[in-house]
Write a new protein. Structure first.
Length: 527
């Protein structure tokens, strides 16, 4: 309604402007506190206020009750009433009313007087709807259509505003939504935490060989996700064939390698080990204040990390340990009551003399407690007891060394014109081989690993020879095949794993110590 309350006469019960018959109005309150100030329109558009005699008087003792009448007094016109009371006639029942009542938004008639036309105003001209039913209905439709257009316009404006705000927000931040099914553009929480823990610049150097299947684009996209989490992540790409300074400085032996350099410590991620899991694992090692210790057995003719011979030396292994944040120390096992507690790994590489009983005893106890061991032998030892004592360490796991020399007859699986140097390109599934699948490795003058795994021992055969290979048990000058030779294939490297309390015992067994000597490791080996 436009202004005030409009009252219709009782005689206008069939007024065409109303949808149903207007009931008789019992009481109609005015606007003022004494209900005498009523608003009524004049013949024009302006209304006036007149002071009229009050039809109702407030009771001297209000009790929040109204008179009971036959039927509901203006019940369909009222959903509430102010907490005043009507005078109660003695003996009549009363109806209690809870709360405050409010008038419904409907048109109510007034007793007496002429019917008033022009009840509601046009939304556009400010004039009332015509009292003709058809014209009023059309005006009402126009009114609803106009309101719908206004609401649609407001909704569009709100959506455009939100999109504009989102565009501004994204343009000023590095936030990215990952809408891929596999979450390829999102780092795991532990990876995010590892990146945010960086307190100094992390130099990431990608030494790739240009071309397809190098993995460069995938690796650089992954590094970018870490860079989004920390400004300390700095990336630099280089050509592995041309950047000889970085290749020498970091001891790069394979192309498509990623170097992580942090506070003077480095981690090398070879091709195939450049996933998020590998990157985060390397990052945690760099951030850790503790450096793993490799205990290198000495005193029984083992290979030495200080041997600088360019062919048979082990200095390349020493360099790799340092570059991968491992420290190493020599241990004289025969003189110790137990393997030192700070040894994270123990290495026994090709002793030239038999191990003492004390050495075998403490190494066996170390492994039973969940120790980690790298052990290697060679064929045709000068002292046959050497192979026997090494095998005694592996006996609880059902494994041992044969001591025989393996000859590989397949020229595609051996070094050029050297059948005593088997070549392997296919490896068993293991964490230590996931970065070298399809890459050739050589095992010069190797012996075979024999035996059946003991109960509870999990064996993974890392490297094997072909079925055309054979093994020569005793030393002789002729390497031609003879009837007493054993036919292949043979296992020449494997891993053993067994549960040990709350941890696991892990052993890497190699049939030759030459697989890691300086002359065999890339880039010195040109085969």
């Amino acid at each position: 309604m436009a202004r005030g309350v409009r009252l219709l006469p009782a005689a206008a019960g069939n007024h065409p402007g109303l949808r149903s018959a207007a009931p008789r109005l019992r009481q109609q309150a005015g606007r003022g506190p004494d209900r005498r100030d009523l608003s009524r329109p004049r013949s024009g558009r302006r209304g006036s206020h007149r002071h009229r005699r009050a039809r109702l008087q407030p009771h001297t003792q209000p009790d929040h009750r109204v008179l009971h009448r036959d039927g509901c007094p203006a019940g369909h016109l009222v959903c509430g009433i102010s907490d005043r009371v009507l005078r109660c006639t003695a003996g009549q029942p009363v109806l209690p009313v809870r709360g405050r009542l409010q008038p419904l938004p409907v048109v109510q008639p007034r007793a007496g007087g002429r019917a008033r036309h022009r009840l509601l105003r046009h939304i556009d001209s400010g004039r009332a709807f015509p009292d003709r039913a058809s014209a009023g209905l059309e005006a009402h439709r126009l009114n609803r259509r106009a309101r719908s257009l206004v609401l649609n316009a407001i909704g569009i404006a709100v959506v455009l505003g939100l999109l504009a705000a989102a565009n501004i927000l994204v343009s000023k931040t590095s936030l990215a939504w990952d809408l891929t099914r596999a979450g390829n553009n999102t780092l795991a929480p532990q990876s995010v935490l590892a990146a945010k823990r960086l307190t100094s610049d992390l130099q990431v150097i990608g030494l790739f060989r240009p071309g397809i299947n190098s993995g460069q684009s995938e690796t650089e996209a992954l590094v970018a996700l870490y860079a989004d989490q920390s400004s300390h992540v700095k990336y630099r790409g280089a050509n592995a064939d041309q950047d000889t300074v970085d290749v020498k400085h970091y001891g790069i032996t394979q192309v498509n390698t990623v170097v992580l350099d942090y506070k003077g410590k480095t981690q090398l991620l070879l091709q195939g080990t450049q996933s998020e899991e590998d990157f985060t694992s390397a990052l945690l090692k760099l951030e850790s204040d503790r450096v793993p210790v490799v205990c290198w057995a000495v005193g029984d003719g083992e290979r030495s990390l200080t041997d600088t011979n360019q062919k048979t030396g082990y200095t390349a292994v020493a360099d790799l340990l340092v570059k991968n944040n491992f420290s190493h120390k020599d241990v004289l096992l025969s003189q110790l009551p137990a393997v030192p507690a700070d040894c994270d790994e123990l290495a026994i590489i090709n002793p030239t003399s038999a191990l003492t009983d004390q050495t075998v005893k403490i190494v066996t106890a170390y492994l039973a407690g969940g120790g980690k061991l790298l052990i290697a032998a060679e064929p045709w030892p000068h002292d046959p007891k050497t192979t026997a004592t090494l095998s005694s360490i592996l006996r609880p796991y059902g494994q041992g060394f044969s001591g025989a020399l393996i000859i590989e007859t397949d020229p595609s699986r051996a070094a050029v014109q050297d059948p005593t140097n088997p070549a392997v390109v296919n490896y068993g599934q293991s964490p230590i081989t996931k970065d070298v699948q399809g890459i050739v490795s050589f095992f010069p003058q190797t012996t075979a690993i024999t035996g059946a795994p003991a109960a509870g021992v999990r064996v993974v055969r890392i490297a094997t020879t072909t079925s055309g290979s054979y093994a020569i048990a005793a030393e002789r000058s002729s390497l031609a095949r003879q009837s007493q030779d054993t036919s292949g294939p043979f296992t020449i490297m494997e891993t053993l794993e067994q549960a040990a309390g709350s941890g696991k015992t892990r052993i890497v067994v190699a049939g030759t110590a030459a697989f890691a000597q300086t002359g065999t490791l890339p880039p010195n080996n040109n085969d």
